[in-house]
Design a protein around this ligand. Sequence first.
Ligand code: SF4
Length: 503
Amino acid sequence: MYPQAVANVPEDVGVQQRREAARAFRESMRERLMDGAGSALSWIIIDPTTRASQRATATLQACADGVDRIWGAVLPDEHDTGRRGRSELLIRDRERGGYIPVIVVNHKVTDPGSGAVTSGLDTWAPAVDETRKVRAQLRDQFRLAQIHRMLERHGHASPSNQGGAIGYGGECILVHDLGAVMEQYDARFADRVAVARGEVATVPSQVGECRSCPWWPDCKAALTEARDVSLVATGSRAEVLRGAGVHTIDALAGWEGPAPEDWQGNGFADTVIVARAWLTGVPLVRRTEEVTVTRADVEVDVDMESYQEHGAYLWGTLLTESGVTQPYRPFVTWDPLPTVDEARSFAEFWGWLTATLESTLAQGKTFAAYCYSRAAEDKWLLDSATRFAGLPGIPTVSQVRTFIDGPHWVDVYQAVSDQFICPNGKGLKKIAPVAGFAWRDAEASGEASMSWYREAVGYDGEPDLSQRERLFVYNEDDVRATKVLREWMTDRAEAEIPHMSEL
Ligand code: SF4
């Protein structure tokens, strides 16, 4: 409603990269689909360089002509309903007539399991898939439902009420039964249109999307002024609290007794503490009397950098023995991912880590390797062992599994979660500053590191060596932050951070 307010807001680099990666994936899928189609199917590619209205005319003409596969389909904008719709692919329903929309998305649409309905890429033949289960993506279903409604308007929707999504990996088409979501889509669409037309009054309330919304500074100021409860209980939790008569942080902080009836899951008591912390400006609250974290004679802090799903290009380490810290040691490949050179750098990292572990234990000393939030490191340790199995120095999956399930691999994030309530979030960038750590690069973030990586390896031109240096600094600061944080937990946290009973 206020486009001028965001007209000059630069687009987030992470959004740019995701858009570029999605465009490249769509293009690769188009080539893959056309290569596999064979001569039995007729194809048309709607010219993407023409105006949207021309593409819409060409799409409807192709539908009227009964073309089997229409790539780059655009439906005419509906000025009365407000709908716009594009589908990477329209597949002609040869049995029942009409078209089935298929979108190409750059996220996963299935997981290993069973029960999903999928179709091969080259022949539309939906069948229950014993190797995949559906990964719920309501946004994909709504997008398909919208295209289906637009096809209906022109008499080109398949009566099957089916739609398809080709997700990351591009191995098959996940088939959605749109009939199951049509009612929900229609209700949501009517609601959104009413908001956009100003027929329904709206006020801000913090939700997950606020993180990347250009209006956040204004909304945050309004919410702070109102001391709105969504500042400490986002999304649907704020709705539940309002339903229970709690509109402000002050009211939540004064709550006594059990959680409201509609509250989902655990965490209500923590939310009350977060409200009290907000009122007193406390950045962290202790759950436990004592704060502990595993310590050892030889300690290695580890942080890994990956690029999308292409691989893990950097394993940064910091070794501390008896209080003396060695220089930062990175294991890296600067060959653009995906590259088999990643196997070389991963093998060097693994070899060094396990040799350090074994020699430490052989001397009768204790050893611990630390990361902050193990999910990504665990994933890439296991994934690298799988992808590079048999290459020199690559451990087996079971060797990796033994290490990550064993006592020498310590997740500092878990130690933080167990012992603190974190009003501002549990990310390393939020917690380590409480321990006194500051990153050297003010722009450091996971999203920013993605674009630095592209420049560092030269995806879009000549490699920029200064960006390699920047990534080393960023990664080194992450491992140093982990070290500072765990040492602070041992030495000072108890004295500096109030216990929840004190709020
Ligand atoms: S910042 Fe949040 S509440 Fe404000 S407009 Fe954006 S998404 Fe809505």
